[in-house]
Design a protein around this ligand. Structure first.
Ligand SMILES: Nc1ncnc2c1ncn2[C@@H]1O[C@H](COP(=O)(O)OP(=O)(O)OP(=O)(O)O)[C@@H](O)[C@H]1O
Length: 195
C-alpha cells in the first residue's frame, strides 16, 4: 500500500517503492514478490512465543524476512492512510507494551464465549492497527496474530469470511472507535460455519 509519508529514506529516491532485499524498483514486481514470499512463509511453522510484543515482532520478521531487511523492526517514520495518522514512532514501543499487557491481563482471551472473544479481539486489533508498528505488512501480521489468538482460545478460524472490502471497512471504522463491524467480522471468523 502507498503511504502518505512525504519523504521516506526506506524508499528508493523519488519513489514510494520500499527498498527491498531483491532490489526490485517497480512496485508491481515488489508486490508480486512480497505476496509470493508471504504465502511460502505462512505455510512454514511460525515462530514460537507467548503472544506478546516480542512474539508479534517475530511473526512479522518471519513473514517478511525475504523482502525487507527491517522485517520485525518497528518503523521510525510517521505514516498514515486515508487521512488517518498512525501512532508517532517515538510512542510505538510504549503503546504496544500497553496493548500486550492488556491482552495478557485478559488471559490472551482464553475461556471466553465466541461473542466475548470477538469483542475483546476487535478492541485489541483496533488498537494494534492504530499503532501500525511496521512500515509495511501490518494488515497481514494482524490477521496472522488473530489466527494465533483464536487457536490459543481453542476457537475455529474461518478465513472464507475475510473479504477484502469488509476487512478494510471494519478496520477503518475501528480507527474512529466504532468497533462493532470488526467485532461482527471476528465473530464470523471464529464461528465454525459462516453466518
Ligand atoms: N484509512 C485507514 N485507517 C485505518 N486503518 C487502515 C486504513 N486503511 C487501511 N487500514 C488498515 O491498515 C492495515 C494495512 O496495513 P499495511 O499496508 O501496513 O499492511 P499490509 O499487510 O502490507 O497490507 P494489506 O493488509 O493491505 O495486505 C490493514 O489492517 C487495513 O485495514
Amino acid at each position: 500500500m502507498v503511504y502518505t509519508a512525504e519523504f521516506d529514506p526506506l524508499c528508493y529516491p523519488g519513489t514510494t517503492v520500499l527498498r527491498n532485499l531483491m532490489d526490485l524498483q517497480e512496485q508491481e514486481d515488489l508486490d508480486e514478490f512480497e505476496v509470493a514470499m508471504f504465502v511460502i512463509r505462512s505455510d512454514e511453522p511460525w515462530p514460537e512465543g507467548n503472544l506478546d510484543y516480542a512474539h508479534y515482532r517475530a511473526l512479522h520478521r518471519h513473514l517478511f524476512q525475504d523482502v525487507y531487511a527491517w522485517a520485525g523492526e518497528i518503523r521510525n517514520i510517521r505514516i498514515g492512510k486515508g487521512g488517518n495518522w498512525f501512532c508517532y514512532p517515538e510512542y510505538i514501543d510504549k503503546e504496544m507494551n500497553r496493548i500486550f499487557a492488556d491482552l495478557a491481563a485478559r488471559d490472551h482471551l482464553q475461556g471466553l464465549s465466541p461473542v466475548a472473544f470477538a469483542t475483546d479481539a476487535a478492541h485489541i486489533l483496533a488498537e494494534i492497527n492504530a499503532v501500525h508498528p511496521f512500515r509495511e505488512g501490518n494488515g497481514r501480521t494482524q490477521l496472522a496474530f488473530m489466527t494465533l489468538l483464536a487457536e490459543n482460545a481453542a476457537l475455529p478460524f474461518n478465513p472464507d469470511v475475510l473479504e477484502r472490502d469488509r476487512v478494510l471497512g471494519a478496520m477503518i471504522e475501528s480507527f474512529s472507535g466504532h468497533e462493532t463491524p470488526l467485532t461482527e467480522l471476528i465473530l464470523d471468523i471464529v464461528s465454525a460455519e459462516p453466518k
